[in-house]
Design a protein around this ligand. Structure first.
Ligand code: MCA
Ligand code: AMP
Length: 507
């Protein structure tokens, strides 16, 4: 009888009195508190009738309680389904209809709105935030000594939705071993021990903040400063007491804007990690000049967890994502033929290993299309492997914008804009942005005589799309550029509007 992921977490606990979480207001949660509260919440979920394999959808603010809920789901065998707090009700409706969770947990203030959606699909609704909520009230009546559900390596631990390049969003099914194997690999590769204190300022509804950061800390028996959001001044004030930070490139861009970032400010820190989006070589160099420390860049995906990493000891090369992690195989292939390419040739990045997900929830056909016959997953990222073995990501074979580490699929935004009266068609592109890396930008063709304005479009998108997916700028044009096949040439648009944000940033 064992619970694959949680057993490993239990075995990593240095002592029940050891600190697991310190919050921004200096309250602490020990590992003993973690065991007790994740156990009580697991008991509450079980009492509600949720059984192993049932989905629990969660849209709550970041808090220690929210992490206890994640661990409770692992312990009682439920499949954890975290949802971005920025998603609108319209977006939630789809996730709930597709995943069919038995339970939806939201903040008390969101409960009313979500009830109408959840009841359509027969899901229960409970609430949770850092002040309590109905689920915590139930948990208080449960025993702290929950007996963990038996879960094998291949059983599902979580489903994380990634937007589809065409059509519907896909739920990536992650098993207990996908999460555990990657956490142990990263822990060892980045040399995390119980002495570490991680600055955790990422959201906890995506792979980066939930699995990479949290599971590495848990399997090291280390501790973390759990901060509700990224605030450069707060982070600088914590650095003397911390040892490591994980962030998206925007974190580093914003830290560099703060004069407090100096050699002295980071002297207690042993490791700065970046991922989720390309870290500009300039940012890497500027950070090294200011602090004497080389940011360690790594590369991952929701479907695969982490694939590659620059070395802990060894050259961390700016503009590369390092070597395949131990146990992970990476190859670069010809996108059409699938033939493996020699060093330095650009093609499709494919990966295989225990980190790679089980498939897309209820989409066997789609899953099949994304894997080669020999089990390699086709990432959709274009790259090359140089003669020293470093992987370089040089582009994307998928139509995707990454803004501040969040993925936006242009198709989803275009469909919303195209539905508006007065619009003929639209093309959504990512344009270089000094803060977010890429800024979502919509190029729109209006119907003759339409008085549609940028603001009317933005107003219409307000309740349809999460804020970060909404265009930072909308540009009206007469026609979209097309190739001879009639396909919109987004590369032409990206070139044409390439300086859009650079100009306003320097103003
Ligand atoms: C906030 N806004 C954004 C973004 N974040 N717009 C575009 N892209 C964003 N990422 C909007 C806000 O709603 C606000 O809109 C305006 O921009 C300014 O907000 P600001 O206060 O500057 O933003 P913030 O709250 O400071 O957030 C910026 C952030 C945050 C800290 C970079 O976006 C963030 O934490 N990103 C991390 C995402 C992440 O964890 N990704 C990992 C995915 P308005 O003022 O107009 O209302 S996992 C993954 O990718 C794979 C597996 C991997 O490899 O890790
Ligand atoms: P997600 O769907 O949120 O899991 O995002 C995964 C995508 O983020 C990958 O397919 C890459 O395109 C991108 N990504 C993640 N890490 C990096 C990195 N270090 N450099 C460039 N792109 C990255």
């Amino acid at each position: 009888m064992s619970n694959h992921l949680f057993d490993a977490i239990r075995h990593s606990i240095p002592a029940e009195a050891a600190v697991f979480i310190e919050t921004g207001d200096s309250s602490t949660w020990t590992y003993g508190d973690m065991l007790q509260w994740s156990g009580r919440i697991a008991g509450a979920i079980d009492t509600l009738g949720i059984r192993p394999g049932d989905r629990v959808a969660v849209q709550v603010e970041k808090s220690p309680e929210a992490l206890m809920l994640y661990l409770a789901c692992i312990r009682c065998g439920a499949v954890y389904l975290p949802l971005n707090t920025a998603y609108t009700l319209a977006e939630l409706d789809y996730f709930i209809s597709d995943a069919e969770p038995r339970l939806v947990v939201v903040t008390p203030k969101a409960a009313e709105g979500i009830k109408a959606v959840a009841s359509k699909y027969g899901a229960l609704v409970e609430t949770l935030d850092d002040h309590g909520g109905s689920l915590l009230e139930l948990a208080k009546g449960e025993s702290p000594d929950f007996v963990d559900a038996t879960r094998a390596a291949d059983d599902l631990a979580a489903i994380l939705y990634t937007s589809g390049t065409t059509g519907r969003s896909k739920g990536a099914m992650l098993t207990h071993d996908n999460l555990l194997s990657n956490a142990l690999t990263l822990r060892d590769h980045w040399q995390f021990t119980a002495k570490d204190r991680l600055i955790h300022a990422l959201p906890i509804f995506h792979t980066h903040g939930l699995f990479v950061a949290t599971n590495v800390i848990l399997t090291s028996g280390a501790s973390m400063f759990l901060l509700p959001k990224f605030d450069p001044a707060e982070i600088l004030s914590l650095m003397p007491r911390a040892t490591a930070m994980m962030g998206v490139p925007t974190f580093y861009v914003r830290l560099l804007q703060n004069e407090g970032l100096t050699h002295d400010a980071v002297k207690a820190m042993r490791l700065f990690i970046s991922g989720s989006a390309p870290l500009l070589a300039d940012t890497h160099r500027a950070f090294q000049e200011r602090t004497g420390q080389a940011i360690l860049e790594r590369y991952g995906m929701t479907e695969t967890n982490m694939n590659t990493s620059n070395p802990y000891a060894g050259d961390r090369i700016a503009g590369t994502v390092g070597f395949p992690l131990p146990g992970v195989t990476v190859r670069v292939t010809h996108p059409e033929t699938g033939v493996t390419l020699p060093a330095d040739e650009t093609g499709m990045i494919e990966v295989k290993g225990p980190n790679v997900f089980k498939g897309y929830w209820r989409m066997p056909e789609k899953t099949k299309m994304e894997f080669r016959d020999d089990g390699f997953f086709i990432t959709g990222d274009l790259g090359k492997i140089d003669p020293r073995g470093y992987v370089h990501i040089v582009g994307r074979g998928k139509d995707l914008v990454i803004s501040g580490g969040y993925n936006i699929y242009p198709k989803e935004v275009e469909s919303e804009i195209d539905q508006l009266s007065g619009v003929v068609e639209s093309a959504v592109i990512g344009v270089a942005h000094p803060d977010f890396g890429e800024g979502v930008t919509a190029i729109v063709v209006k119907k003759a005589g339409s008085d549609l304005s940028e603001q009317t479009i933005l107003d219409a998108l307000q309740n349809r799309l999460a804020r970060y997916k909404q265009p930072k700028q909308i540009i009206f044009v007469e026609d979209l550029p097309r190739n001879t096949m009639g396909k919109v040439q987004k590369n032409v648009l990206r070139e044409q509007y390439g300086n859009l944000y650079a100009i306003s940033a320097n103003a």
